[in-house]
Design a protein around this ligand. Structure first.
Ligand code: 13P
Length: 257
């Protein structure tokens, strides 16, 4: 990470975990541990139904709340969906877009990801855009090309002055929920490549200001080394973000030079 030019952001992705009562218990445990942690921003992307309570529970802390998805239309006949406006109005700040689980199980495509990025930006939400290769793609040597393609598609039509509000999360699919983390070198190599793609699209000043996270089995043990990489500006954390003490250790790992 490089705190001179960009924010370090530690974000939890709770996925389909945590009932309301579990959310309350989590907040009660985490809040006393938080302190000031001025060295990074902390985001918790919780299930939709937990959002209002989570916002209330973390009100006087530096933790802000995000959603895990949104619909790209602002309203209409889309049963079961949630719009950017709905999220914005209740106080959501960030939204995860294009997580590999949504691409895999819910037909999320590069086209819908791009539409969702625009919907979020137009409404004032900060997108956390997920990209990542499969193990097969990595073994075939196509990682950089594939990630570059995903980033370009997600950012199509995004203006340079909107880029500061965007986070890109590099999440190799083979590392998600598997306990198999990318090495710090692998994470840095891809995150650096993502910054190069942004530099080509928007120039060096914009590229150096964009937060790029790593995600995929990040935990208290490996966070320090991953976050020590120049182009790894934070983490998108699944399993380890469900445990307050472990999440706090990851937040503390962001407190390094
Ligand atoms: P894990 O940290 O559980 O591997 O999940 C990563 C992830 O998918 C975050 O979005």
């Amino acid at each position: 990470m490089n705190r001179k030019y960009r924010k370090t952001v530690i974000a939890g992705n709770w996925k389909m975990n945590m009932t309301l009562s579990e959310t309350k218990a989590f907040a009660e445990t985490l809040k006393p541990m938080l302190g000031k942690h001025k060295w990074c921003d902390v985001v918790l992307c919780v299930p939709y139904v937990d959002i209002p309570a989570a916002i209330r529970l973390f009100k006087d802390t530096r933790v802000v709340i995000g959603a895990q998805n949104l619909h790209f239309e602002s309203n209409g006949a889309y049963t079961g969906e949630i719009s950017a406006e709905m999220l914005k109005e209740i106080g959501v700040k960030y939204v995860i877009i294009g997580h590999s689980e949504r691409r895999q199980y819910y037909n999320e495509t590069d086209v819908t990801v791009n539409k969702k990025v625009h919907a979020a930006l137009e409404t004032g939400l900060k997108p956390i855009i997920c990209v990542g290769e499969t193990l097969e793609q990595r073994e075939l040597g196509g990682t950089m090309e594939y990630i570059s393609y995903q980033v370009k598609c997600a950012l199509a039509g995004v203006a340079s002055d909107q880029m500061r509000r965007i986070i890109i999360a590099y999440e190799p699919i083979w590392a998600i929920g598997t306990g198999k983390t990318a090495t710090a070198e692998q994470a840095e190599e891809v995150c650096e490549n993502i910054r190069t793609v942004i530099r080509k699209l928007h120039g060096a000043r914009v590229a150096r200001s964009v937060t790029i996270q790593y995600g995929g089995s990040m935990n208290a043990k490996n966070a320090y080394e991953l976050l020590a990489q120049l182009d790894v500006d934070g983490g998108l954390i699944g399993g380890a973000s469900l445990k307050p003490a472990e999440l706090m250790e990851i937040i503390n790992a962001a407190n390094q030079e």
